[in-house]
Design a protein around this ligand. Structure first.
Ligand code: PLP
Length: 382
């Protein structure tokens, strides 16, 4: 057993950055005030929230008042979609999304279908890309929201967000972007992206788990999904998680400060993984060959089960995934791969390797050394 985990699952979650922990610590100990309290300790907490909101707004290119902190990325997706749908019920009952979205979006649309909403799932091509013109064609006079992810969590394909946003803007349809996987890798300027609503999750960019961010452009009317106090300008009740929010904002700022240094390295590692693993007979890259996240190398291998690859890698100290963390452990093939028309048998043999800022050249070399042997051994066992 190796003496350390070689972590290749950064799309599932990331380790908290030590600088982020340092920024958070005072809010667990000395600065424990409730941001709603009017005395000094409370005002300190409120100042920390204000400063966090400004840091996030700076990265998103928006106003601080357009930033809402939530309890996770899933909650941000839920608030954007349910909040917009329920607030627009008088206008229409039609939603548009894609079949490769995260379950935080897909299950939310399915939930809304119980209340009479109808969803159009715009197809994706073999690389997992949505055609913006398909979105334009799907919009009707009943459409109240379009929700498309910035980058896919399983195969890393980047969607043509700015173009989709332009089409939605021209037709005056609110556009939500699940940017949970893109954050920390791709530009997040909401003006450039033509996004009206955008969701983030801090634990994907070396921040704490359990903190989400929702950008909602001024004028977007959302029906709150949590009733209670008037925190977050009435959009999200509940005493604010000050330490978590400070951590989320610090992590986002640092991720973009570090980007010019980290991304070229990560991209080189990704391309080494792709080049090396495509030499294995019966392997295929999944997702777009070029328009993909800089840290995502995902594959399918003929004649093997993704779960067996994971278990064998785990024995050697590697952490990887067959697809989204949320579906790992279930035997159903990935809905993303099926929507991309990957045959079911092949979809069972999927492997997702996602790199991060602390991976080394040696991590990549070690993986490339062991994986071909694992695949060969598993094929012989069948
Ligand atoms: N959206 C995407 C694309 C994701 O990858 C994830 C998490 O994996 C989420 C939403 C949900 O985020 P959270 O885990 O913070 O609820």
């Amino acid at each position: 057993m190796p003496d350390r985990t070689i972590y290749l699952d950064h799309a599932a979650t990331t380790a908290l950055d030590a600088r982020v922990l340092d920024a958070m610590l005072p809010y667990f100990t000395t600065e424990y005030g409730n941001a709603s309290s009017i005395y000094t300790l409370g005002r300190h907490a409120m100042q920390a929230l204000d400063s966090a909101r400004e840091q996030v707004a700076d990265i998103l290119g928006c106003r601080p008042t357009e930033v809402t902190f939530t309890g996770c990325g899933s909650e941000s997706d839920n608030l954007a979609i349910k909040g917009m749908a329920f607030a627009s019920q008088k206008k229409g009952d039609h939603l548009i999304t894609s079949p490769i979205e995260h379950h935080a979006v897909l299950h939310t649309c399915q939930y809304l279908e119980r209340f009479g909403f109808k969803t159009t799932y715009v197809p994706v091509d073999q690389y997992g890309r949505v055609d913006p013109d398909d979105i334009g064609r799907a919009i009707t006079d009943q459409t109240v929201l379009v929700s498309i992810m910035y980058a896919n969590n399983e195969v890393g394909t980047i969607e043509p967000i700015s173009e989709i946003g332009r089409i939605c803007r021209a037709k005056k349809i609110p556009f939500h972007v699940d940017a949970v996987q893109a954050a920390g890798s791709l530009p997040l300027d909401v003006v450039e992206l033509n996004a009206d609503l955008l969701s983030l999750s801090a634990h994907k960019f070396y921040g704490p788990k359990g903190i989400g961010i929702l950008y909602a452009r001024q004028g977007m009317r959302l029906l709150p999904q949590l009733q209670g106090g008037s925190q977050e300008r009435g959009k999200r009740a509940g005493t604010e998680n000050v330490a978590g929010i400070v951590g989320a904002a610090t992590a986002l700022r640092l991720a973009y400060e570090d980007l010019p240094r980290v991304m070229p390295r990560v991209t080189t590692f990704r391309d080494r993984l792709i080049g090396g693993l495509l030499e294995i007979p019966g392997s295929q890259l999944t997702g777009h060959p070029i328009e993909r996240l800089p840290n995502n190398a995902s594959f399918v291998f003929e004649g093997v089960e993704g779960e067996s690859i994971l278990l064998n890698l785990d024995l050697l100290g590697f952490a990887a995934s067959t697809g989204s963390a949320c579906t790992s452990g279930s035997v159903d093939p990935s809905h993303v791969l099926l929507a991309m028309h990957v045959p079911v048998e092949l979809a069972h043999g999927s492997l997702r390797l996602t790199l991060g800022k602390d991976n080394t050249d040696e991590d990549v070399t070690t993986l490339l050394d062991v994986l071909p042997g694992i695949i060969e051994k598993l094929r012989q066992l069948r």
